[in-house]
Design a protein around this ligand. Structure first.
Ligand SMILES: Cc1ncc(COP(=O)(O)O)c(C=O)c1O
Length: 364
């Protein structure tokens, strides 16, 4: 449905290959992996994830650094438990992924919001606001939800700070597959060589969200403590899809699916930008970076004087247009007004007509 952010296109998902692989993987399962299950995930999947990250992201990591989780939320809860004591502070970006914020709160640590700027997260601002934090959660490749990348100087400063202070960086690299121009960016963890950086990835966008498989790539020193914490808290990703996903990746179907969706989303991205400029040039200031699965349309004064983004999203929802109010991603004031518009799951033909409907509804 237009313009639900975070939803991948599933009309083009290769269900035939997937179901064949899924059935085959369960015909003769490795019985030893069906009791407690492999610690940290199915061995073949850990191997495939590390091989994929090496080739797609230039990330040198070994299969034993891979820990499968059922969500990024779960990963963050376990990481908080291992890396911090209760009541300690963690720097998070403002705006932020809501589920990450919830994970830190559930883990009884204190998220301190640091407002991002054009270069992303600012260490200077963070130190000023809470000088004793030892953990930071960041989206350096594509700030969530605004989309800018963290500048090289900021990345280097963070790595230096973490090394000097025995602190940890958690890098959430949630949708780097979807860059439509230029080379993929080097992850922070690659630059750091996994000294102080924990890398998080997810299959939610490249496969589908209800698969519930995400992963941590941990520095070697953290693997055992993280596995122990997963075990003691009863957290474990389900085995059900893991052998099939490993085979799906090994067969090349996974890479093909990513290439196909990247082409599809690139087209939808430009159609959405063009439609917003055509129908809403006077209403919105667009923030977009030739990447991702959503773009941010900031309200211009003509719109902010009429309606809040929360009311706008409510009004649109009544007409079956799903958007997210930008202000709801922020914890500090002022809260910018705008809409987050997903395009990945919206067919090209539906984009233009629905942007027209959306702008008509907001003008009323
Ligand atoms: C910023 C961000 N991080 C991570 C994820 C992935 O989370 P999960 O693996 O729990 O689906 C998403 C998914 O929408 C996201 O938007």
């Amino acid at each position: 449905m237009a313009f639900d952010a975070g939803k991948p296109d599933l009309d083009c998902f290769p269900f035939e290959q997937w179901s064949r692989i899924l059935a085959k993987s369960w015909r003769r399962p490795a019985i030893d992996q069906l009791y407690e299950g492999e610690n940290g995930g199915y061995a073949a999947l850990k191997f495939e994830v590390s091989a994929y990250l090496r080739s797609a992201r230039g990330l040198e990591c070994s299969p034993d650094q891979v820990i499968l989780t059922s969500s990024t939320h779960e990963a963050l809860e376990v990481l908080s438990q291992v890396l911090l004591d209760e009541g300690e502070e963690v720097w998070i970006e403002d705006p932020v992924y809501h589920s990450a914020l919830q994970a830190f709160i559930r883990a009884s640590v204190i998220p301190v919001s640091i407002r991002v700027d054009d270069e992303g997260f600012s260490l200077e601002q963070a130190i000023e606001k809470s000088p004793h934090a030892r953990l930071v959660f960041i989206t350096p490749s594509r700030q969530y939800p605004l989309g800018q990348t963290m500048s090289l100087s900021r990345r280097l400063a963070l790595i230096e700070w973490a090394r000097a202070n025995n602190a940890w960086l958690i890098e959430d690299d949630y949708d780097s597959e979807y860059r439509y121009r230029g080379q993929p960016l080097q992850p922070l963890a690659a630059r750091d060589g996994f000294e102080r950086t924990v890398y998080l990835g997810s299959f939610s966008k490249v496969m589908f969200p209800a698969l519930r498989l995400s992963y941590i790539i941990a520095p070697k020193a953290l693997v055992e403590p993280l596995l122990a914490a997963m075990q003691s808290s009863g957290k474990q990703a389900s085995i059900l899809a893991q052998p099939a996903l490993a085979a799906f990746m090994a067969s090349g179907d996974f890479a093909r699916h990513i290439r196909r969706t990247r082409r599809l989303y690139a087209k939808r991205y430009s159609v959405l930008v063009a439609a917003l400029e055509k129908y809403g040039g006077d209403l919105f200031e667009l923030q977009h970076y030739d990447s991702g699965m959503h773009i941010v349309a900031h309200f211009k004064p003509v719109l902010t004087s009429k309606i809040s983004d929360i009311e706008a999203a409510k009004r649109l929802r009544k007409h079956h247009l799903i958007t997210a109010a930008l202000s709801q991603f922020f914890r500090t004031k002022p809260k910018p007004q705008g809409l987050v518009l997903g395009f990945a799951a919206v067919p090209e033909k539906a984009i233009d007509v629905n942007v027209k409907r959306l702008t008509d509804l907001l003008r009323q």
